[in-house]
Design a protein around this ligand. Structure first.
Ligand code: AMP
Length: 294
């Protein structure tokens, strides 16, 4: 039976008990509206640790669009059932005031500097987003003090920011897990629940564009501009409202786009489909066939 805890203080106690008993603890932070991508993180956390817990908190600090925050899907009971099926041992939630008790003392929340991983691409279009992510994740890590914490590659820059945070804190070990996709190739996202059937079909162009670039990479096309042009073409044909299509060296994140031939490439895209903003990413030079993680 999975334990459901209503606030960070009770979670802190439970986690401390696990550690005191000598158990390793895997942690999966989420904003709820869970899907197979989240489930995969929980299953991996469960497999690699003696016990595992998840948090559900729609973090207002990381939303730069109030409408996005308002429309974000929320269903705690359904989420808890899903986590239980994925063999999570404990889930906790809390309010902003519970996570940041300094607010009740009249103090402001000190936003954490998200570091160099936040520069450009996703960070450029969402000012304050990664600072908000780093601030809540630091607080969550302080509550749980996990052995390992699990994040999805789909949020590529977020994983960079979290790795920097964990380095600065001295814990936990960060495990980045492959993107889980719907059968159509569309990366699972809580925001997919807001798409109509027609929009969902249209949204498949994001992954199609990325996989087309990977196919081109495998046939020897490593030129940054030509790969970007190929991705843009796929997205333009589908008629979505493009926000960006960018390439970066995943091992040396840089604000500036690359030029010429690349030796490693992470492709990143963001587009609006109807009212919903979606992102996706793919490592072009990876040997793994990411479609197998659907
Ligand atoms: P969120 O609830 O959207 O904040 O996501 C919680 C965690 O799940 C983050 O580490 C995400 O990167 C990860 N995640 C979201 N979608 C996927 C996916 N399709 N595959 C794997 N991980 C994902």
């Amino acid at each position: 039976m999975m334990l459901r805890l209503p606030d960070p203080e009770s979670a802190r106690c439970w986690c401390a008990e696990q550690r005191a008993a000598g158990r390793t603890l895997g942690f999966v932070p989420t904003m709820g509206a869970l899907h197979p991508g989240h489930e995969a993180l929980v299953r991996q956390a469960r497999a690699e640790n003696d016990c595992c817990c998840a948090s559900i908190f729609v973090n207002p600090l990381q939303f730069n669009d109030p409408k996005d925050l308002e429309s974000y899907p929320r269903d705690f009971d359904k989420d808890a059932r899903q986590l239980e099926q994925a063999e999570c041992d404990m889930v906790f939630t809390g309010t902003l005031a519970q996570f940041f008790p300094e607010l009740e003392r009249g103090q402001q929340i000190r936003t954490r500097d998200p570091g160099p991983g936040a520069a450009g691409v996703e960070g450029a279009g969402r000012p304050g987003h990664f600072g908000g992510v780093a601030t809540i994740v630091e607080r969550l890590f302080e509550v749980v003090r996990p052995t390992r914490a699990y994040f999805g590659e789909k949020d590529f820059q977020q994983a960079l920011v979290i790795k920097d945070l964990a380095n600065a804190m001295g814990y936990p070990q960060i495990v980045v897990c492959p993107t889980v996709r719907e059968a159509s190739g569309l990366a699972w996202s809580s925001r997919n629940f807001l798409l109509s059937e027609a929009e969902r079909a249209k949204a498949t162009c994001l992954s199609r564009a990325l996989f087309a670039a990977r196919t081109a990479w495998r046939t020897g096309e490593h030129d940054a501009d030509r790969l970007q042009a190929l991705i843009l073409r796929e997205l333009q044909v589908a008629g979505v409202q493009l926000e960006y299509a960018e390439l970066r060296d995943p091992a040396a994140w840089s604000l500036d786009p690359p030029s010429g031939s690349m030796s490693r490439a992470q492709a990143l895209v963001a587009a609006h489909v109807g009212k919903v903003r979606l992102i996706d990413t793919l490592r072009l030079d990876a040997d793994d066939d990411e479609l197998s993680s659907r």
